[in-house]
Design a protein around this ligand. Structure first.
Ligand code: SF4
Length: 412
């Protein structure tokens, strides 16, 4: 069969760091062992309706799998374009919607002929198998049974060719922390890990293929800290860290021993989810980190040359100017190299979203602000406070970051 896997363009343009939909490439990889598979990734390719229709007709595409993504930290919702593409392709091929948005809403998506509503790779396999009785794709019985993503499938796309030294690696999925704003729990309920051997072997392949920058997609690489330490030690014992640079996301529940290992293993950037400098707000978020320990951990990471990113949220119901200033004080004290401050967003799939009144749930996400009755700040005031702080912060931090780059080089 001829299968086309499509990633629609995001609803809002973002300036993302390197990345692609891991799920899109994983599905394409699995199906490609049994069928002809093409990829159209409109997160980085220019969309041209006529070109897409012509491709589908010329290649005689039997199934178009369209990813409906949701607001994750690194990607963006793309459901407007997904619905448009599905409407356009329905007369030429069989459309199947899949992706985080479908797993959260558990509803049929737009006019798609079928929708995969559970985040389970075997469901997609079953849907595809329905169409081809002669070549049945077997189920994947365990997380380690998944094939390594076939990174070469992206190379016909110019963006990935231009970034051919960058790739993604997934060593685990999920996170069992209890953050009520986190949307990921809406599509990934449990924490699963690849075995160390699986990761080491995939890293060998990554090295052999000339990659240099490895962006680890795990929601929280250090959720199981002892596992994270063991894995880094094994990567170093096997010399797999040489000539590679790693980038991870982590909560702040780590220690100096982990940071020393991270440094030796060439982890260049750690992106920390801290959220607030105020303990009452952290309790409201059910963030479950020890805020008192945060500055010393971040300062230690900075001191050994790891680049640090701090992620924060403003807009909890009890947020005041004082609590915002506590957050800003924490950021200055930690001296993060990069700071992302978001307006609290009640996103579908999160525990927070469930607390909204039914009439507010007509939208997939609701910003916390005075206008929506969720806190005392107007949306534009939050933006102003945030922008003013960030512009002053980066001015003040310029010398420190320049010195860090002089001492340790650029992060990637
Ligand atoms: S630590 Fe990060 S990934 Fe885990 S629940 Fe909280 S926000 Fe989500």
């Amino acid at each position: 069969m001829n299968v086309l896997v499509i990633y629609p363009k995001p609803d809002k343009a973002k300036k993302p760091r390197f990345g692609f939909s891991y799920e899109m490439l994983l599905i394409a990889t699995i199906l490609s062992k049994y069928h002809q598979v093409g990829i159209k990734d409109y997160s980085c390719e220019t969309f041209d309706e006529h070109e897409l229709i012509e491709y589908v007709r010329r290649e005689d595409v039997d199934i178009a799998l369209v990813e409906c993504d949701s607001y994750a930290l690194k990607r963006s919702q793309n459901i407007l374009h997904a619905a448009e593409i599905i409407d356009m392709l329905n007369q030429y091929t069989h459309t199947i919607a899949y992706g985080n948005y479908c797993y959260i809403t558990k509803k049929d998506f737009g006019n798609a002929k079928q929708t995969v509503t559970d985040n389970e790779i075997n469901n997609i396999i079953d849907f595809v198998n329905q169409y081809e009785k002669n070549s049945t794709i077997p189920h994947v019985e365990a997380y380690d049974e998944l094939p390594y993503i076939d990174r070469s499938m992206l190379l016909p796309i110019p963006y990935y060719k231009d970034n051919e030294r960058n790739t993604l690696l997934q060593t685990s999925k999920g996170c069992e922390n209890t953050c009520i704003f986190c949307q990921r729990k809406g599509w990934q309920h449990c924490y699963v890990t690849h075995s160390d051997e699986y990761v080491l072997d995939e890293l060998k392949t990554i090295k052999e293929n000339g990659y240099r920058n490895v962006w680890i997609t795990d929601e929280n690489f250090t959720f199981n800290l002892s596992r994270a330490k063991k894995l880094l030690s094994k990567i170093m014992q096997a010399n797999l860290h040489e000539d590679l640079r790693f980038f991870i996301s982590s909560w702040a529940n780590i220690d100096e021993e982990f940071l020393d290992l991270a440094k030796k293993c060439n982890i260049r950037i750690i992106s920390f989810g801290i959220e607030s400098g105020n303990s009452e707000i952290l309790q409201f978020y059910r963030k479950n980190i020890n805020i008192k320990k945060v500055p010393s951990i971040i300062q230690y990471a900075n001191s050994i040359g790891i680049f640090t990113v701090g992620n924060f949220i403003i807009g909890a119901p009890m947020e005041t100017e004082e609590t915002i200033n506590e957050t800003f004080y924490l950021i200055r004290n930690c001296e993060f190299d990069q700071v992302n401050i978001k307006n609290l967003d009640y996103m579908i799939g999160s525990t927070l979203y469930e607390s909204l009144d039914d009439e507010q749930k007509v939208k997939d996400h609701v910003f916390a602000c005075f206008e929506n009755g969720l806190n005392r700040f107007k949306l534009e005031d939050i933006k102003k406070i945030k922008d003013t702080f960030l512009s002053e912060y980066y001015k003040a931090h310029r010398t420190a970051i320049e010195q860090k780059i002089r001492l340790y080089g650029t992060p990637f």
